[in-house]
Design a protein around this ligand. Structure first.
Ligand code: AP5
Length: 205
């Protein structure tokens, strides 16, 4: 199955993607994670992406599209893929149609007010990337691997607000784009993490 997870920053794409990829045995491809890995390794792509990520802006399409195109050619994508955070604008969606069009697109619907709280309260493991929220995680140690929990540089209130504006302007139009193609499934992203996953499982059956 070839799947795209759509949703605003903080909608829960990464959280659900881990579960879906495990269940369907398809690779979870997050462009945000790829950029952050490149940044950690100090590659030219990582350094270029940093300038945009820190400002809450989109990394230019030519950089992002090439990364995804190369990734989709890898062996583990033969039985499908789960894209998280790509496409993020109409240009990227058109590019994906040419690379390897998705079968289904899942849109996580979440109230705007909840998004800012989720993002500014998010803490991620510096070692394995697992995501937590300060309302439920009271210590600073990753339950999965023991790594230290940190705040992402782009999860400050100022940058979160910029990311939400970019979402409204560039990414939200993809909802109509995929609705017109008859590929979009709406999921209520305001439920609990397990509740959202149960809805996704039902939609994929
Ligand atoms: P990226 O890393 O993709 O960030 P994002 O889309 O802004 O999404 P997030 O990872 O912040 O949120 P999420 O929806 O995955 O939510 P999560 O599951 O973590 O991109 C970062 C940057 O990279 C972009 O700004 C851009 O610069 C660049 N970039 C990436 N892709 C690009 C592209 N295609 N083109 C150009 N540039 C690109 O959950 C958030 C929090 O909520 C967590 O704390 C979690 O525990 C909690 N939570 C999750 N689900 C629930 C729930 N159901 N109830 C309560 N809490 C929940």
């Amino acid at each position: 199955m070839k799947l795209v997870l759509l949703g605003a920053p903080g909608a829960g794409k990464g959280t659900q993607a881990t579960k879906i990829a495990e269940t369907l045995n398809i690779p979870h491809i997050s462009t945000g994670d790829i950029f952050r890995k490149n940044l950690k390794e100090g590659t030219p792509v990582g350094l270029k992406a940093k300038a945009y990520i820190d400002k809450g802006q989109l990394v230019p399409d030519e950089v992002t599209n090439e990364i995804v195109e190369l990734r989709l050619k890898e062996d583990d994508c033969k039985n499908g893929y789960l894209l998280d955070g790509f496409p993020r604008n109409i240009g990227q969606a058109e590019a994906l149609e040419k690379m390897d069009a998705p079968d289904k697109v899942i849109n996580l619907d979440v109230d705007l007010k909840a998004l800012a709280d989720r993002l500014t309260g998010r803490r991620v493991c510096a070692k394995c990337g697992e995501s937590y929220h300060i309302s439920t995680k009271k210590d600073n140690v990753c339950t999965r691997c023991g790594g230290e929990l940190i705040q992402r540089a782009d999860d400050t209130l100022e940058t979160v607000n910029k990311r939400l504006t970019v979402y409204e302007q560039s990414t939200a139009p993809l909802i109509e784009y995929y609705e017109k193609k008859g590929k979009l499934v709406h999921i209520d992203g305001m439920k609990s993490i397990d509740g959202v996953f149960a809805e996704i499982e039902k939609a994929l059956r």
